[in-house]
Design a protein around this ligand. Structure first.
Ligand code: PMP
Length: 908
């Protein structure tokens, strides 16, 4: 069994993928106190801590007493030994009874009330129960009110005063029957209205349907959100705003009282659809933010104004985690409902509790709100023991929590650039990090607000054997929820680890901070599942299209060693490290803008924007081979979208971005031009080869063309055939049939043959190569000999092995290069060409920007006519073909001799 692959395939595909990317795909096999034992390959443990990891995630806050606390294990064992019935529904559950009584007493010690407890299994379970109970309570209250008003109406009728106007009160002058009849109508309407729930900005109450509605954001995609009950979110926490936030929902109704003298008087009261107001006294998932006591008090007032239940969700912050049993204790505000879970089960049992003040409890609720696993003895007994543990550890929680917070605050003070703030109380702390601003756009793409906390978690895990996670809704905040067992020595370790991370961030030492990403992944890459996003309304970011035409040139990273040119901050990484990191990041990065520059010609000016498609040539090839072409295409389409949103009117597809989109055909646009730029690449090579063929002796005009079935290769064959004596089309084994189709079409122009073995190149004084291979295909042994050979390599990355350059008989010319007018040199990372020289495909993109009315000559399969049109475009703007041999650059005017240009139609 491979746990990582099975986890990724069978349980959590997206999480498995992300864990692999972040090097967080770690398994733990044991836990004790604050430590987890990491399952790691033999000998792979840390030199000092071995396979022990200090766990500050603490079961997402459920391990207040550490992992497997002996006292809790003892209870669990006893339950097993005594063979207590786990499931004895429809009987008196003694464990549940004891736990409920204890919970009621512990909360009551602060609030002075008594509670009825509804047990469940998870936090969200308790939230659902609260939503349901509040709804029932609200409905019953309205029904009771209706009953009262009906009684009043009957009474005034009986007493003969129904038509007597009220003598006093806010509705003086109106008759009793009129007021009460109207009240009955309004109550009936309110009973038909869905109840309304209130929660706060950034609230987290869980992920089930109702709880998810109360939860705000939590980084859940819009379409994963299933609508639950009606809710209102309070964004402004100022007490005055909170108290009056829902005044518009209050509906006045008039009641009638009859005084001792038999005179009716009116009084006003309000109906409201608000059933409950939910609040976490300390917002855990939102980045550990304490809700001010004044806001809690205002919520109390708000709830009272609407006769709604005030619900304190203490699932994360309660149960003693902050030193007091209720985190809300110090505020002095008393709620009607309290929710607990997480540490209530001591990290061992899945249990939650909803406490409803006894005087509000709807007795029938407990009869009908049932759940198979609720009230079980096993969980209840463990939870009761956990309550005892809280009493044992309460002082320690405060001591160690205070020490930890003090130490972390000292670190924060030392690195104000890196740490924004340390927040929280007791053993619920949050450290908010500032989003770093690296120089390079690649690293800015890596360090977004979603990933920062996870990247920090990776560094802490791999360099310090400390486990943390960011909070769910605010992932730049790293949360620390250790257990009450935390030792001062652990505090030292934590402080040192955060010191390290904050220092690295502050100094911009990203190579060290991200070093853990350079460890090769153990499981295979899987692409992210496509999320359909209608593109019709894609935004155009701050663009004035009228200014200078913009073009976007898309390129992938060709080889991993280019990483340091995209991100100079990572220069210290070896090629292997770069390759491993790119493998992990594969599919995680969004396309990003690399640089932009203006280019001018006699005919005008364009702004050229370089957009990186985040994959390497090797990844593109591997993805195509493993059937993930759709993923590649979509990644390129995302890059196209970025280009369009940046205002580009022409999109050029460089490197593998055109290959994976079937020579641009898969990029379907109706208001921007799309080009693979390949016509101009072919035009350059054509020009260069014609020159060479013109000076070659008869018998020397034999050309070997590698990649003849590719887009560029096929058109090159058509262009060159009329100029040479013989042409041999060379392809990979198995390509003969397709090569033959090309050869048959050209047979009347030259002696055209085919081969599946590169050995034939030995007989060719001229070699042209244009394959899509990620690795070199032409090796020294294919060319070595006495015969002089000119090799024109059109492929990026190159088809020719670097060792070929040292063969004395070989002249290696880079094809597909162009000089911009006036020697303009765009400075784009990852592209290392001599000054003034650009790739022809990029040049074609620029040219199409300079001539907005000229259609793209390179969309889909190339044609001879298109190649010649691209050449003419270049001629018009003073872009010249460049012949580069080693470092020697020579630039000439184009050969424009239409008499020898063979136009497609002539081939037939
Ligand atoms: N409420 C709060 C305050 C929480 O922090 C959480 C869990 N993070 C929940 C509710 C939901 O609990 P569960 O994940 O057990 O459903």
């Amino acid at each position: 069994m491979n746990a990582v692959s099975d986890f990724t395939r069978y349980t959590r595909p997206e999480l498995g993928r992300i864990f692999r990317a972040l090097n967080l795909d770690v398994t733990y096999r044991a836990g004790q106190g604050d430590h987890l034992t990491r399952e790691s390959p033999a000998g792979a443990g840390h030199p000092e801590t071995g396979d022990q990891v200090l766990d500050l995630v603490g079961g997402a806050g459920s391990s207040l007493f550490g992992h497997n606390h002996p006292a809790l294990l003892e209870v669990a064992r006893r339950c097993l030994d005594e063979q207590i019935p786990f499931n004895a529904q429809a009987s008196v559950r003694s464990g549940a009874a004891e736990l409920a009584q204890r919970l009621s007493a512990m909360v009551g010690a602060t609030t002075g009330s008594s509670y009825v407890v509804t047990l469940g299994s998870t936090g969200a379970d308790a939230v659902e129960a609260a939503v349901k109970h509040a709804t029932v309570e609200h409905r019953r209250r309205l029904a009771a009110l209706q009953e009262d008003v009906e009684l009043s109406l009957r009474r005034v009728r009986r007493d003969g005063i129904a038509d007597v106007p009220c003598a006093g009160g806010p509705a003086a002058g109106r008759t009793c029957a009129e007021l009460l009849g109207e009240a009955l109508d309004l109550i009936a309407e309110m009973r038909r209205t869905d109840p309304l729930f209130v929660s706060l900005r950034n609230a987290f109450h869980g992920k089930t349907t109702s709880a998810g509605t109360l939860t705000h954001g939590a980084n859940v995609p819009e379409d994963l959100h299933v609508p639950g009950p009606r809710q209102v979110r309070l964004h402004d926490w100022t007490p005055q705003e909170v108290v009056h936030a829902l005044d518009c929902e209050r509906v006045p109704i008039y009641s009638v009282t009859v005084d001792a003298a038999g005179v009716p008087r009116s009084a006003v009261r309000y109906l409201s659809p608000v059933a409950a107001c939910f609040v976490e006294p300390i917002q855990g998932e939102a980045g550990v933010h304490e809700v001010p006591a004044e806001t809690l008090a205002a919520l109390r007032e708000l709830a009272d104004r609407h006769e709604a239940a005030l619900v304190f969700d203490e699932i994360q912050c309660g149960m003693g985690r902050t030193g007091t049993f209720l985190a809300s204790e110090n505020s002095g505000v008393v709620a009607d409902y309290y929710l607990f879970s997480k540490s209530l089960g001591g990290g061992l049992a899945k249990i939650s509790a909803l406490l409803v003040a006894e005087n509000r409890y709807v007795a029938e609720f407990g009869r009908h709100h049932t759940s198979t696993f609720a009230d079980d003895d096993f969980s209840s007994r463990i939870a009761t023991a956990a309550l005892d543990l809280y009493l044992t550890y309460r002082n320690r929680i405060i001591e160690v929590g205070t020490l930890l917070r003090t130490r972390l605050a000292e670190t924060a003070a030392r690195w104000p650039d890196a740490i924004v703030e340390v927040r929280g109380r007791g053993l619920l702390l949050g450290i908010e990090f500032a989003l770093p601003q690296p120089e390079s756009s690649l690293l800015r793409e890596v360090f977004d607000s979603e990933s920062l906390g996870y990247l920090i978690a990776g560094r802490l895990l791999h360099a310090h054997q400390i486990r943390v996670m960011p909070t769910l809704s605010a992932p730049t905040t790293v949360r620390i929820q250790p257990s009450a067992l935390l030792e001062p020595a652990d505090v030292d370790r934590i402080a040192a680890a955060f010191e390290d991370v904050a220092g690295l961030l502050s100094k911009g030492d990203y190579a060290t901070l991200l070093n853990h990403l350079t460890v090769p992944a153990v499981s295979a890459w899987r692409p992210r599942q496509h999320v359909p996003l209608p593109r019709r309304d894609r935004p155009v970011h701050g663009v004035r299209r009228a200014d200078v035409p913009r073009v976007a040139f898309l390129a992938n990273i060709d080889v991993p060693s280019k990483v340091s040119s995209f991100a100079p901050e990572l220069a210290q990484w070896s090629d292997e490290q770069c390759a491993a990191a790119l493998d992990r990041m594969w599919g995680e990065l969004e396309p990003f803008e690399v640089a932009r520059q203006r280019i001018t010609s006699d005919g005008g000016e364009v702004e050229l924007i370089m957009v990186a498609a985040p994959f390497t040539a090797a990844q593109a090839v591997a993805a195509l081979r493993s059937g993930h072409g759709a993923w590649l295409r979509r990644t390129v389409l995302d890059a196209v979208d970025l280009g369009v949103s940046l205002g580009a009117g022409t999109i050029g597809l460089g490197g593998h971005t055109s290959i994976v989109t079937s020579a641009a055909r898969d990029v379907v646009e109706d208001d921007v031009k799309v080009t693979s730029g390949n016509s101009l690449t072919a035009a350059c090579a054509y020009d260069l080869l014609r020159l060479q063929l013109a000076v070659s002796d008869a018998g020397e005009r034999r050309v070997g063309l590698v990649g003849g079935i590719g887009n560029i290769g096929a058109v090159m064959a058509e262009l060159i055939a009329p100029h040479c004596d013989s042409l041999v089309l060379v392809g990979r084994p198995g390509s003969a049939r397709r090569l033959k189709t090309v050869a048959d079409r050209l047979g009347h122009l030259a002696d055209v043959s085919i081969a599946e073995d590169l050995e034939v190149l030995r007989d060719c004084p001229i070699v042209v190569s244009a394959t899509n291979a990620a690795d070199p295909v032409i090796l020294p042994n294919h060319l070595a000999g006495d015969r002089k050979v000119l090799v024109c390599d059109l492929a990026v990355p190159g088809d020719v092995h670097p060792a070929v350059e040292s063969l004395p008989n070989v002249t290696l010319v880079s094809g597909g290069r162009i000089q911009l007018p006036g020697g303009q040199t765009p400075l784009f990372p990852g592209i290392s060409l001599p000054p003034g020289i650009v790739y022809s495909c990029m040049a074609e993109t620029i040219l199409l920007g300079l001539e907005p009315g000229t259609p793209s000559p390179s969309y889909g399969g190339l044609t001879v006519a298109g190649v010649l049109a691209a050449r003419d475009l270049a001629v018009r703007h003073g872009f010249h073909p460049a012949r580069i041999v080693s470092d020697d650059v020579s630039v000439r005017p184009w050969i424009v001799d239409r008499s020898t240009d063979i136009i497609e139609e002539h081939i037939g």
